[in-house]
Design a protein around this ligand. Structure first.
Ligand SMILES: NC(=O)c1ccc[n+]([C@@H]2O[C@H](COP(=O)([O-])OP(=O)(O)OC[C@H]3O[C@@H](n4cnc5c(N)ncnc54)[C@H](O)[C@@H]3O)[C@@H](O)[C@H]2O)c1
Length: 180
């Protein structure tokens, strides 16, 4: 597939998955340069494997417009991750590639999951909102697009921090969606 066609597929995926998740409250600009390099598959990392994370990931793996694959999962509790994994694996076996060594636990699990992605891939942030800016900051550093569940902040200082990070992500031409 040509690079140009690959770019179109990515744009379609990102539009469709954003709609599926009833996106978007945070700025969405035109999507000129979305690519993950190499093959055309958009890799996904799920950070926060509760009800919303599992649901948002199911949406992302259901898009028909472009190949998507879940490649990493992160949570602080093993039972939450494993329940989410089983539920997704049951429905999306062919779109999952999350072996045990890409199932991460602990407060730095988000970093290790994001490290499994390539620039242009997508991280889904569905932990409680207190962690959102920390995870967003690392995703920007690594060139990763994000979908994040609302609320994305809980107080004035973190709201200002998130706005600054959003500006930074715009400068890097990264995309960010928040649910309605
Ligand atoms: N927009 C909406 O309509 C909507 C609906 C439901 C929930 N929410 C919001 O979405 C978020 C998630 O909701 P939920 O119902 O899935 O909650 P949940 O408790 O089921 O899931 C959150 C998961 O995040 C994990 N987690 C917590 N801290 C973490 C960290 N630092 N790193 C990695 N994982 C971590 C938890 O162990 C848990 O598995 C909440 O903030 C909630 O308010 C929004």
């Amino acid at each position: 597939m040509s690079k140009q066609n690959s770019g179109v597929l990515r744009r379609e995926f990102l539009k469709t998955s954003a709609k599926a998740a009833a996106a978007s409250a945070v700025a969405i600009a035109p999507m000129p340069h979305l690519f993950a390099g190499g093959d055309n598959t958009i890799r996904i990392a799920l950070i926060g494997c509760g009800g919303r994370g599992t649901g948002a990931t199911a949406n992302a793996l259901s898009v028909k417009s472009g190949p998507t694959k879940l490649v990493a999962m992160a949570d602080v509790f093993e039972d939450r991750l494993s329940r989410s994994f089983k539920s997704l694996e049951h429905r999306f076996h062919k779109r999952m590639d999350v072996p045990a060594d890409r199932q991460f636990l602990g407060f730095d699990a988000y970093r290790r999951a994001i490290d499994c992605l390539r620039p242009g891939d997508v991280a889904i942030f569905t932990t409680p909102p207190a962690f959102r800016w920390v995870h967003f900051q690392y995703a920007i550093q690594k060139g990763i697009n994000v979908f994040m569940e609302k609320p994305v902040t809980v107080d004035g200082p973190t709201t200002r921090r998130m706005l600054r990070l959003a500006e930074e992500s715009v400068k890097k031409n990264l995309k960010r969606w928040a649910s309605d």
